[in-house]
Design a binder for this molecule. Structure first.
Ligand code: FAD
Length: 413
């Protein structure tokens, strides 16, 4: 039987599922999260799944010395508003289509339909909007890596986007063919991914049939800083909740319904796996015109840097990695002590033992449960501080990384 990642480390990326040619790997759900089951009757022990698994066979990351950091946003103001931060992803996806006019192009990313998130591929520029905005629950990627491999074989230019573990999964599947000039990968910096139940509990609490958006700058205040609240259907109408009333964010920011592997993420490191890394550019001192959102855009190799600098649908300006590091811990570490919280260690047992009401109060971090949770949070913050100091020292000592200390490194367009 193949040796795949244990439940503690499995990211649910589903690379193993897509690589199996014998239908031996089934997708299963455990404690509301996606895992796999190997069917020994069909398994021929070919080892392909072990090679594709980005945990069992770690994927090469980019060298930090090649990285450049930009702030930026989509030139189209509506697209910027429709996105979680500056709409850089949408701008880059349009630019990808524009730079390969007359050629076959496909863009892959996460789509929200009927309260479920899954990866889809679009081949028409007008469909890019289907992928816009962040959805903070795990996307179902079954089948998507196979589709990308087939498109590349068929001569398409492909932009693949997702969480870092999903980009690593695609590279795991491609193996030595990952250096395909027709492929560009985009990852989002990831705080950790919540399971479907986090959204289901939220909708149930408000007796709402659907979520419209996890971050909505179109309703109410358009200020990006306050965009982290959901818009759901209440009494037949879209309703943007306030952050205090938002049960989804209460759960999400507490990490208690995240995958356990997210607290140990191998791909949340300053050496990034994708060609391009996107995040919220927290930590910038922001004048009013930044209000609609600023994306952090990190190009991790020369191919990505050339693409971003020539991208016609985004505006970019040079920034220092140090500014990004100051405001965004998930850019350089994924380690969280919350992995030792009983709700994360034994989610199934806790669900069985605890009455629903009590479990909900713990998951949404109500007092007094928050006091226990705070122990894990403080330990994590101290860890982040330690990692940040270490990284800053490294940046200032290593000559090859000096350009990342200033905001005048490459001359963004
Ligand atoms: C689960 C998750 C956690 C995040 N955590 C942080 C964080 O801690 N700090 C931070 O600065 N930024 C975080 N981000 C990134 C942030 O929310 C924005 O996506 C990023 O700033 C890019 O914004 P944008 O405006 O350019 O693109 P947007 O239009 O907002 O985002 C679109 C992109 O996000 C991808 N995407 C959306 N939902 C998912 C999903 N469920 N799974 C995989 N890919 C998805 C799409 O494929 C597309 O590439 C996270 C994103 C996700 C999805």
């Amino acid at each position: 039987m193949p040796r795949l990642a244990s439940d503690k480390y499995c990211t649910g990326c589903l690379a193993c599922h897509d690589t199996c040619r014998h239908n031996a790997i089934q997708v299963i759900e455990k404690n509301g999260m996606t895992y796999v089951n190997v069917d020994s009757k069909n398994c021929v022990e070919c080892g392909l799944c072990e090679k594709a698994c980005p945990i069992v066979t770690p994927v090469r990351k980019n060298e930090l010395a090649q990285a450049h950091v930009y702030g930026g946003w989509a030139k189209d103001e509506q697209e910027r508003l429709d996105a979680a931060s500056g709409g850089a992803f949408t701008g880059l996806a349009h630019s990808f289509f524009h730079s390969h006019k007359e050629e076959k192009v496909a863009v892959v990313g996460a789509n929200l339909t009927n309260n479920r998130v899954s990866h889809i591929m679009v081949e028409r520029e007008e469909d890019i909007s289907l992928l816009a905005n962040s959805k903070y629950i795990q996307s179902n990627t079954a089948g998507i890596y196979k589709d990308v491999v087939n498109k590349l074989k068929a001569g398409y230019w492909v932009m693949f986007s997702g969480c870092p573990c999903q980009v690593a999964a695609l590279y795991g599947l491609l193996g030595s063919k990952r250096n395909n000039e027709r492929l560009i990968t985009v990852e989002v910096v990831c705080h950790g991914i919540a399971c479907q139940e986090a959204l289901d509990l939220h909708l149930k609490y408000y007796q709402s049939p659907r979520i419209y958006s996890f971050r909505d700058k179109r309703q109410g205040t358009q200020d990006w800083k306050y965009s982290q609240c959901t818009t759901i259907e209440v009494n037949g109408k879209p309703c943007k909740l306030s952050r205090e009333k938002d049960m989804f964010y209460a759960i999400y920011s507490g990490w208690l319904l995240d995958r356990r592997s997210c607290s140990n993420c191998r791909y949340a490191s300053i050496e990034r796996v994708a060609d391009i890394t996107l995040a919220d550019f927290w930590g910038l001192s922001i004048p009013d015109y930044y209000k609609q959102g600023v994306s952090l855009i990190m190009t991790n190799n020369d191919k990505a840097n050339d693409f971003v600098k020539s991208a016609d649908d985004i505006y970019v300006f040079d920034e220092a990695l140090t500014t990004a590091i100051g405001g965004n811990p998930h850019l350089f570490t994924g380690y969280k002590f919350i992995q030792y919280h009983p709700m994360v260690l034994a989610p199934g047992l806790m669900k069985k033992l605890l009455p629903d009401k009590l479990r909900f109060a713990i998951l949404t971090n109500r007092m007094p449960h928050k006091l226990f949770w705070a122990v894990f949070k403080v330990a994590t913050m101290l860890h982040i501080k330690y990692k940040r100091t270490k990284l800053m020292k490294r940046l200032s000592k290593d000559q090859r990384l000096r350009h990342l200390l200033t905001n005048a490194n490459t001359g963004g367009g």
